[in-house]
Design a protein around this ligand. Structure first.
Ligand SMILES: CSC[C@@H](O)[C@@H](O)C(=O)COP(=O)(O)O
Ligand SMILES: [Zn+2]
Length: 230
């Protein structure tokens, strides 16, 4: 039931997932088995490794990851552990952006902002502006970012559909998103870039909370619905 990489690159990526998981767990951003991390395999970018579902993220080893198709999240062999329950959200990010790594955590300040900025049953966004750390997000316009907030639907596939539609409609948006009452996801072209961006976003949310500024929340314009008819 554990991952056995066939290449050196696979072994390296799996170890990186375990190492970053432990770091973020120790920071208190992945309490109680929460959080998940994925990375595209460098020598086979159509495939990705993702953390196994329901495990203590402070104790993962390089064998506690699952190989999936990056754009669909499908697993190929039955001999593996269960991939993260939120694999479809990672796959949505891989389908629509150039990301090569995605990190989801329940860090406290982003989760508070995701709680306060949520608009019932609709995608909203919270404005980040002025703070220097915006420059760490790699935006075309580093002065301002509207960070989307997605309803935390029970069916994760529905969240993934919302994410894919929104990122398609807003290709120049920030490399991250909030899940209402839940947490934050960020991405980049490597695990270290995704982690740096995640740290910038968590810190920006901390500054918003500590400044006691009123949150600037808007309803995101309806993005096209990419779901296929039943
Ligand atoms: C501790 S409950 C958290 C989960 O529901 C989920 O949000 C999460 O972040 C981890 O899910 P996982 O399936 O382990 O990747
Ligand atoms: Zn979560």
């Amino acid at each position: 039931m554990s991952y056995a990489p066939s290449t050196t690159a696979g072994r390296h990526c799996a170890q990186q997932l375990a190492d970053i998981s432990r770091t973020l767990y120790e920071r208190g951003w992945m309490p109680g088995t929460s959080g998940n991390i994925s990375v595209r395999l460098p020598d086979e970018p159509g495939r990705a490794l993702i953390t196994a579902s329901g495990w203590d993220k402070g104790e993962l080893t390089a064998r506690d990851v699952v190989e999936v198709a990056a754009r669909t999240g499908r697993t190929s062999s039955s001999g593996q552990a269960r991939p993260s329950a939120e694999t479809s959200i990672h796959a949505a990010v891989y389908r629509v952006t150039e990301a090569r790594a995605v990190i989801h955590v329940h860090s406290p300040y982003a989760t508070v902002v995701a709680h306060r900025a949520a608009v019932r049953d609709a995608v909203s966004s919270v404005r980040l502006e002025r703070f220097e750390l915006l420059k760490g997000l790699g935006l075309k316009d580093p002065a301002l970012a509207d960070l989307p907030v997605f309803p935390n639907w029970t069916h994760v596939e529905r969240i993934a559909d919302d994410v894919a539609a929104h990122l398609t409609a807003y290709p120049d948006g920030p490399p991250g998103l909030l899940l209402a009452d839940h947490g934050i996801t960020a991405w980049g072209d490597s695990l270290s870039q995704a982690k740096n961006r995640l740290e910038c976003l968590e810190s920006l949310c901390q500054l918003l909370v500590l400044s006691h500024a009123e949150l600037h929340v808007s309803r995101a314009t309806q993005a096209p619905d990419h779901r296929t008819a039943p």
